[in-house]
Design a protein around this ligand. Structure first.
Ligand code: NI
Length: 226
């Protein structure tokens, strides 16, 4: 499932973040990738060990916590500190699969990458190209979103960022391990949650809504790994 989550950051928050980001320590994007990705990745990233990168990543994480839609869809257990990248002058990241396991800062903990996230920090009209293309069993899906919006997609998918031929594409990106590993189970829970929310607006907290809420939590209890 690929899901568009609008307005994770407001336009003002994007502007404030970009002002600090644009003056930050940019390095070759191949520093955070394995051999296959390194062969097809041409972009720049904020130094992941920099204080600025850490501070701006915290801002992104705080914004995610305000988004009920993000939580309902991702059911995050652990999130990698967000990174930041930029593409311009023909830079691109060809088809690849994201690494399956990543170390968390400090080295002690690891995270299985279930979902990949891209948070757009520029407007679509700021650049040409730079489309995120995600290939799954239903074909190729494209994302090029307004500043402040986020796309969530399975880390197991083949995906690429097409060459940015004019202007600059600036985004935050990160991975997460979900409480619910299985994509089909996670999707069922997401759709059940949305149905319960709609029913509650129609019926209030009726016995039936309460019953369905119980079924949601008992399914989550059955499938969650913590
Ligand atoms: Ni990727």
């Amino acid at each position: 499932m690929m899901l568009h989550i609008p307005e994770v950051l407001s336009k003002d928050e994007v502007r404030a973040l970009r002002a600090r980001l644009d003056a930050g320590p940019w390095v070759d994007g191949r520093t955070t990738v394995g051999a296959q990705g390194g062969g097809v990745k041409r972009n720049r990233q904020i130094d992941e060990h920099s204080e600025l990168g850490r501070e701006l990543g915290e801002i992104v994480l705080a914004a995610l916590k305000r988004s009920p839609l993000f939580f309902a869809a991702a059911l995050p257990l652990r999130i990698v500190p967000p990174l930041f990248n930029a593409y311009e002058g023909g830079e691109t990241y060809g088809f690849h699969v994201d690494g399956s396991v990543r170390n968390l800062p400090g080295g002690a903990d690891k995270l299985r990458t279930d979902l990949s996230c891209t948070l757009f920090l520029c407007e679509p009209e700021d650049y040409d190209g730079g489309v995120l293309e995600v290939s799954d069993t239903y074909g190729v899906h494209e994302a090029k979103l307004p500043a402040g919006d986020l796309i969530l997609y399975p880390s197991s998918s083949l995906h690429q960022v097409t060459p940015v031929t004019h202007g600059a594409r600036v985004c935050s990106f990160f991975w997460l391990q979900s409480l619910v590993r299985d994509e089909t189970q996670r999707r069922l829970l997401f759709e059940l949650d949305a149905t319960i929310i709609r029913l509650r607006t129609q019926l209030g907290d009726s016995a039936e809504v309460l019953g369905l809420t119980g079924h949601y939590h008992n399914l989550l209890r059955m499938w969650a790994e913590v």
